[in-house]
Ligand binder design. Structure first.
Ligand code: MN
Length: 217
Protein backbone atom coordinates (compact mmCIF):
# COMPACT_ATOMS: atom_id res chain seq x y z
CA UNK A 1 0.00 0.00 0.00
CA UNK A 2 1.33 3.43 -0.91
CA UNK A 3 1.32 5.81 1.98
CA UNK A 4 2.51 9.22 3.02
CA UNK A 5 4.58 10.12 6.09
CA UNK A 6 5.41 13.46 7.65
CA UNK A 7 9.05 13.01 6.66
CA UNK A 8 7.95 13.04 3.01
CA UNK A 9 7.17 16.73 3.44
CA UNK A 10 10.76 17.91 3.78
CA UNK A 11 13.70 17.43 1.42
CA UNK A 12 16.93 19.20 0.55
CA UNK A 13 16.54 21.90 3.15
CA UNK A 14 12.97 22.90 2.47
CA UNK A 15 9.37 21.85 2.83
CA UNK A 16 8.05 20.02 -0.22
CA UNK A 17 4.66 18.84 -1.45
CA UNK A 18 4.69 15.05 -1.49
CA UNK A 19 2.65 13.31 -4.18
CA UNK A 20 -0.69 11.84 -3.19
CA UNK A 21 -0.41 8.15 -2.30
CA UNK A 22 -3.19 7.27 -4.80
CA UNK A 23 -4.68 8.34 -8.14
CA UNK A 24 -6.93 11.41 -8.23
CA UNK A 25 -9.97 9.22 -8.89
CA UNK A 26 -9.08 6.69 -6.18
CA UNK A 27 -11.17 8.21 -3.39
CA UNK A 28 -14.51 8.00 -5.19
CA UNK A 29 -17.21 8.16 -3.97
CA UNK A 30 -15.86 10.18 -1.03
CA UNK A 31 -13.99 12.75 -3.12
CA UNK A 32 -13.98 13.54 -6.83
CA UNK A 33 -10.78 14.09 -8.81
CA UNK A 34 -11.30 17.85 -9.18
CA UNK A 35 -11.72 18.39 -5.44
CA UNK A 36 -8.70 16.23 -4.67
CA UNK A 37 -6.53 17.91 -7.32
CA UNK A 38 -7.41 21.47 -6.26
CA UNK A 39 -7.00 20.61 -2.61
CA UNK A 40 -3.60 19.01 -3.09
CA UNK A 41 -1.99 20.98 -5.92
CA UNK A 42 -3.36 24.42 -4.93
CA UNK A 43 -4.30 24.55 -1.26
CA UNK A 44 -1.73 22.19 0.20
CA UNK A 45 0.93 23.55 -2.17
CA UNK A 46 0.19 27.08 -0.93
CA UNK A 47 0.83 26.01 2.68
CA UNK A 48 4.17 24.51 1.64
CA UNK A 49 5.15 27.70 -0.18
CA UNK A 50 3.95 29.82 2.74
CA UNK A 51 5.99 27.82 5.24
CA UNK A 52 9.15 28.09 3.15
CA UNK A 53 8.60 31.80 2.65
CA UNK A 54 8.10 32.36 6.40
CA UNK A 55 11.30 30.47 7.26
CA UNK A 56 13.27 32.50 4.70
CA UNK A 57 11.83 35.78 5.98
CA UNK A 58 12.62 34.84 9.57
CA UNK A 59 16.23 34.23 8.60
CA UNK A 60 16.39 37.59 6.82
CA UNK A 61 14.97 39.30 9.91
CA UNK A 62 17.51 37.52 12.11
CA UNK A 63 20.30 38.86 9.88
CA UNK A 64 18.88 42.37 10.10
CA UNK A 65 17.85 42.42 6.46
CA UNK A 66 14.15 42.88 7.21
CA UNK A 67 12.45 44.85 9.97
CA UNK A 68 11.95 43.05 13.26
CA UNK A 69 8.51 44.63 13.41
CA UNK A 70 7.50 41.90 10.95
CA UNK A 71 8.27 39.07 13.38
CA UNK A 72 4.76 38.67 14.83
CA UNK A 73 3.19 38.40 11.37
CA UNK A 74 5.90 36.07 10.06
CA UNK A 75 5.67 33.86 13.15
CA UNK A 76 1.90 33.60 12.63
CA UNK A 77 2.49 32.87 8.93
CA UNK A 78 4.85 30.03 9.80
CA UNK A 79 2.57 28.50 12.44
CA UNK A 80 -0.43 28.59 10.10
CA UNK A 81 1.29 27.29 6.98
CA UNK A 82 3.48 24.68 8.61
CA UNK A 83 0.54 23.27 10.56
CA UNK A 84 -1.46 23.29 7.31
CA UNK A 85 1.32 21.33 5.62
CA UNK A 86 1.47 18.72 8.40
CA UNK A 87 -2.29 18.36 8.79
CA UNK A 88 -2.76 17.77 5.07
CA UNK A 89 -0.10 15.05 4.97
CA UNK A 90 -1.90 13.31 7.83
CA UNK A 91 -5.22 13.76 6.02
CA UNK A 92 -4.07 12.28 2.68
CA UNK A 93 -2.59 9.34 4.53
CA UNK A 94 -5.65 8.52 6.58
CA UNK A 95 -8.13 8.24 3.69
CA UNK A 96 -8.45 5.02 1.74
CA UNK A 97 -9.74 3.94 -1.67
CA UNK A 98 -11.07 0.88 0.16
CA UNK A 99 -14.42 1.36 1.85
CA UNK A 100 -15.60 0.01 5.15
CA UNK A 101 -12.37 -0.64 7.03
CA UNK A 102 -12.68 -0.94 10.79
CA UNK A 103 -10.08 -0.52 13.53
CA UNK A 104 -8.51 -3.81 14.61
CA UNK A 105 -6.43 -5.31 17.37
CA UNK A 106 -4.86 -2.91 19.89
CA UNK A 107 -6.35 0.18 18.28
CA UNK A 108 -9.85 -1.28 18.46
CA UNK A 109 -9.24 -2.08 22.13
CA UNK A 110 -8.02 1.47 22.79
CA UNK A 111 -11.09 2.93 21.08
CA UNK A 112 -13.35 0.71 23.18
CA UNK A 113 -11.45 1.76 26.30
CA UNK A 114 -11.69 5.49 25.59
CA UNK A 115 -15.09 5.73 23.88
CA UNK A 116 -16.95 2.60 25.05
CA UNK A 117 -17.28 1.24 21.52
CA UNK A 118 -16.52 1.99 17.89
CA UNK A 119 -20.01 3.49 17.55
CA UNK A 120 -19.27 5.70 20.54
CA UNK A 121 -16.11 6.94 18.87
CA UNK A 122 -18.01 7.65 15.61
CA UNK A 123 -20.65 9.59 17.54
CA UNK A 124 -18.00 11.82 19.11
CA UNK A 125 -15.73 12.27 16.08
CA UNK A 126 -18.58 12.93 13.65
CA UNK A 127 -20.11 15.59 15.86
CA UNK A 128 -16.73 17.20 16.54
CA UNK A 129 -16.23 17.52 12.78
CA UNK A 130 -19.78 18.78 12.25
CA UNK A 131 -19.48 21.32 15.03
CA UNK A 132 -16.32 23.11 13.90
CA UNK A 133 -17.39 26.69 13.29
CA UNK A 134 -15.91 27.93 10.03
CA UNK A 135 -12.66 26.29 8.96
CA UNK A 136 -10.90 23.57 10.88
CA UNK A 137 -10.36 19.94 11.67
CA UNK A 138 -11.58 17.05 13.76
CA UNK A 139 -8.66 15.14 15.25
CA UNK A 140 -8.39 11.77 16.98
CA UNK A 141 -5.20 11.85 19.03
CA UNK A 142 -3.30 10.01 21.69
CA UNK A 143 -2.85 12.09 24.81
CA UNK A 144 0.79 11.38 25.61
CA UNK A 145 0.23 12.07 29.30
CA UNK A 146 -2.96 10.11 30.04
CA UNK A 147 -2.43 7.60 27.18
CA UNK A 148 -6.13 7.90 26.45
CA UNK A 149 -7.49 8.55 22.99
CA UNK A 150 -9.20 11.91 22.69
CA UNK A 151 -11.12 13.79 20.01
CA UNK A 152 -10.30 17.44 19.49
CA UNK A 153 -11.80 20.12 17.32
CA UNK A 154 -9.26 22.51 15.86
CA UNK A 155 -9.87 25.82 14.20
CA UNK A 156 -7.79 26.86 11.20
CA UNK A 157 -4.75 24.52 11.24
CA UNK A 158 -2.39 25.43 14.00
CA UNK A 159 -4.91 25.32 16.83
CA UNK A 160 -4.44 21.53 16.78
CA UNK A 161 -0.77 21.79 17.62
CA UNK A 162 -0.99 20.83 21.26
CA UNK A 163 2.40 19.45 22.28
CA UNK A 164 1.15 16.41 24.13
CA UNK A 165 -1.42 15.35 21.55
CA UNK A 166 -0.22 12.94 18.90
CA UNK A 167 -2.65 12.95 15.96
CA UNK A 168 -3.81 9.61 14.62
CA UNK A 169 -6.70 10.59 12.38
CA UNK A 170 -7.66 14.00 10.99
CA UNK A 171 -10.67 15.17 8.99
CA UNK A 172 -10.44 18.45 7.07
CA UNK A 173 -13.71 20.38 7.37
CA UNK A 174 -12.58 23.52 5.58
CA UNK A 175 -15.12 24.12 2.81
CA UNK A 176 -12.39 23.62 0.18
CA UNK A 177 -12.26 19.95 1.26
CA UNK A 178 -15.85 19.14 0.27
CA UNK A 179 -17.80 22.03 -1.26
CA UNK A 180 -17.59 21.05 -4.95
CA UNK A 181 -19.30 17.73 -4.31
CA UNK A 182 -21.33 18.29 -1.16
CA UNK A 183 -22.03 22.06 -1.28
CA UNK A 184 -22.92 23.11 2.27
CA UNK A 185 -23.88 19.60 3.38
CA UNK A 186 -20.89 18.91 5.59
CA UNK A 187 -22.70 16.01 7.29
CA UNK A 188 -22.82 13.98 4.06
CA UNK A 189 -19.09 14.55 3.52
CA UNK A 190 -18.31 13.45 7.07
CA UNK A 191 -20.47 10.34 6.73
CA UNK A 192 -18.63 9.40 3.53
CA UNK A 193 -15.29 10.16 5.19
CA UNK A 194 -16.06 7.83 8.10
CA UNK A 195 -16.54 5.02 5.57
CA UNK A 196 -13.20 5.60 3.81
CA UNK A 197 -10.81 5.93 6.72
CA UNK A 198 -7.54 4.05 6.25
CA UNK A 199 -7.58 2.40 9.66
CA UNK A 200 -4.37 0.54 8.81
CA UNK A 201 -2.55 3.88 8.61
CA UNK A 202 -4.22 5.09 11.80
CA UNK A 203 -3.12 1.89 13.50
CA UNK A 204 0.46 2.41 12.31
CA UNK A 205 0.47 5.89 13.87
CA UNK A 206 -1.10 4.50 17.02
CA UNK A 207 1.53 1.77 17.29
CA UNK A 208 4.28 4.36 17.00
CA UNK A 209 2.85 6.10 20.05
CA UNK A 210 1.35 3.44 22.20
CA UNK A 211 2.53 2.34 25.57
CA UNK A 212 2.32 -1.20 26.90
CA UNK A 213 -0.97 -0.26 28.53
CA UNK A 214 -2.98 -1.90 25.73
CA UNK A 215 -1.15 -5.16 26.10
CA UNK A 216 0.26 -5.98 22.70
CA UNK A 217 3.40 -5.14 20.81
MN1 MN B 1 -7.53 21.57 3.43
Amino acid sequence: MNTICLRDGYADGQYVLPPLPYELTALEPLLDAETLDLHHSRHHAAYVAGANDAVARMRRIARGEESESLVPAVARQLAFNLAGHMMHMLYWGNMSPERGQRPECCLAAAIDSSFGSYDGFVRVFRNAALGVQGSGWAVLATDAVSHELVVLAAHRHQDALLPRMRPLLVCDVWEHAYYLRYANNRANYINAFMNQICWRTVEKRFNQNKEKKYGCQ
